[in-house]
Design a protein around this ligand. Structure first.
Ligand SMILES: C[S@@+](CC[C@H](N)C(=O)[O-])C[C@H]1O[C@@H](n2cnc3c(N)ncnc32)[C@H](O)[C@@H]1O
Length: 495
């Protein structure tokens, strides 16, 4: 459909925007989750604004079910981050069906600054396109949509970090705005202190996502205070019930530095276990992101290599791990490499203390250690790669970056031949890949404990990306020689 036809259609039939996709969601959800269909927001089929909701229809159905059957009206309902009010709408429409609420009606407290923030692309050709102004208010869209239920809502417009909560015990806290560590700290200190044991339910809408790692770390630390209730199918929301009062330590601000490596590791494995399906890949991505935010790009790449190795094919191809986290890490690595390579006067006022592109056979990020911490064990590296990829890996030897022998040459033989130059540094490998595989790019490198270097390469577009791991083992006998192992679960060996 051309843009003109689409525009004409929208002007004649206002609800046509996103209609096909809303129907597709409905059909898919009805088939997969009949248990939530009694609360499904069917009115969204005729509501073009619903195509812009960020929560899924099943998260809206979950909210309506909670408001009807679980809410005991012993405390307040607080929604943090309403956007255009999709969740709000489901809550306020459902409440009158709940006898406890009907006996003592309360309003839903909604917090949002309602300011457009870099969503121009998202709103293109939508009913909101024409009044989009960066940092302009969109509260009127929320108010118009929720107008029939205005008496069931108390609206708090403004930056949540300035909010004060004096409303007493909170029974439902729906958190969908803790998008940065400072906001999360503020939200905890303002609202989480009013959670009541055995009464409060908390929905962490950003839990099955990669960009909010503070949630995983904190909830792991607070896990003995909450009972995990469920992961709302297919969405980001994970639901907890508070069972033990939160301590002052848990309500105090925290930071990444407060978490030891072992706790970080345990936290993300625990958080992954709470989430279903391919969305586990999002949580694995959050561990990469937390290192990336902390500017620990080497560690981030190492975590990424492990996450890719452990990901199910579904998680690898559908989660944010490949579609969002990998490109962002690649961008930051490239930026760092470029800034390290630039002459000092072009590198900016405060050059990032970055590693120069590593030489093949050297651990990236600096000089090779005098002696490997753990001796390289080729057989175990090969076993590891083969168990990851489920296919034979390529084993080649090289001298000074040029292939001399190839032991097992599956599909790779079309790319690697004896006498072929494979590059002497990560930058060269990147350039060689770009030339041979225009859609390929390297993601980054990992300095292994055994003195080898590992490259994680993603070929193709993020969604359908094919993963390749390449381990370069320096020879102990000959400074110039390396053994190169390459494996991929996504590329078939040749016939
Ligand atoms: C992901 S959206 C919420 C989506 C919504 N739950 C839905 O169902 O469509 C996050 C919201 O948080 C709001 N937000 C982000 N940072 C904020 C802040 N510091 N103070 C107030 N609101 C904020 C944004 O304006 C945005 O509407």
């Amino acid at each position: 459909m051309s843009k003109r036809t689409a525009d004409l259609l929208h002007s004649l039939v206002p609800w046509s925007y996103g209609f096909r996709s809303r129907v597709a969601w409905y059909v898919g959800d009805r088939r997969a989750h009949p248990e939530l269909m009694a609360w499904y927001p069917r009115e969204r089929l005729l509501d073009p604004i619903a195509s812009l909701d960020m929560c899924t229809p099943l998260e809206r159905a979950w909210s309506a079910r909670y408001a009807t059957t679980d809410y005991a009206a012993e405390g307040e309902i607080v929604e943090l981050g309403a956007w255009l009010g999709g969740i709000t709408l489901s809550l306020v429409r459902a409440l009158p069906g709940n006898p406890a609420w009907a006996a003592s009606p309360r309003t839903v407290h909604v917090y949002d600054e309602f300011l457009h923030d870099r969503q121009r692309e998202r709103l293109e050709r939508s009913p909101l396109e024409h009044d989009y102004v960066e940092r302009g208010s969109f509260v009127h869209h929320f108010e118009r949509r929720l107008e029939p239920y205005a008496d069931r809502i108390t609206l708090h417009v403004g930056d949540v970090t300035d909010a004060v909560w004096t409303g007493g015990g909170i029974e439902l806290l729906f958190n969908d705005l803790s998008k940065s560590w400072p906001i999360w700290n503020a939200v905890r200190s303002t609202f989480y202190r009013s959670l009541v044991p055995m009464v409060s339910t908390v929905v962490e809408q950003d839990f099955a996502h990669s960009w909010t790692p503070w949630l995983h770390l904190w909830h792991y630390r607070a896990r003995h205070h909450f009972r995990f209730i469920e992961h709302v199918p297919g969405g980001g929301s994970v639901v907890f019930r508070l069972e033990r009062e939160l301590t002052p330590e848990l309500l105090a601000p925290d930071a990444f530095e407060d978490y030891e490596e072992a706790e970080v590791e345990a936290a993300f494995r625990w958080a992954e276990s709470l989430v279903g399906g391919y969305l586990r890949g999002n949580v694995a991505g959050a561990q990469v992101v937390v290192n990336m935010f902390n500017d620990e790009l080497g560690r981030a790449t190492e975590v990424l290599a492990r996450a890719l190795a452990a990901a199910t094919p579904d998680a690898a191809s559908h989660s944010e791990l490949l579609s969002d986290v990998v490109p962002e890490l690649a961008r930051r690595l490239e930026e760092r490499t470029a800034s390290a390579a630039a002459p000092p006067d072009q590198a900016g006022d405060e050059p990032v203390p970055a590693a120069a592109p590593a030489q093949v056979g050297e651990p990236p990020g600096g000089d090779p250690p005098d002696a490997p911490l753990v001796p390289c064990d080729l057989e175990s590296i090969q076993r590891d790669l083969e168990s990851w990829s489920g296919r034979p890996s390529l084993l080649a030897t090289a001298v000074d970056g040029t292939i001399t022998t190839i032991d097992a040459a599956p599909a790779w033989s079309q790319w690697l031949q004896p006498d072929q130059w494979v590059g002497g540094s990560l930058g060269h490998i990147d350039a060689a890949l770009a030339e041979k595989l225009p859609d390929g790019r390297w993601v980054g490198s990992v300095a292994r404990d055994d003195g080898a270097a590992e490259l994680v390469i993603l070929l193709g577009s993020a969604g359908a990306g094919r993963r390749v791991r390449m381990v370069i083992v320096p020879s102990e006998a000959d400074d110039e020689a390396q053994t190169i192992l390459i494996a991929s679960p996504d590329l078939d060996p040749p016939a």
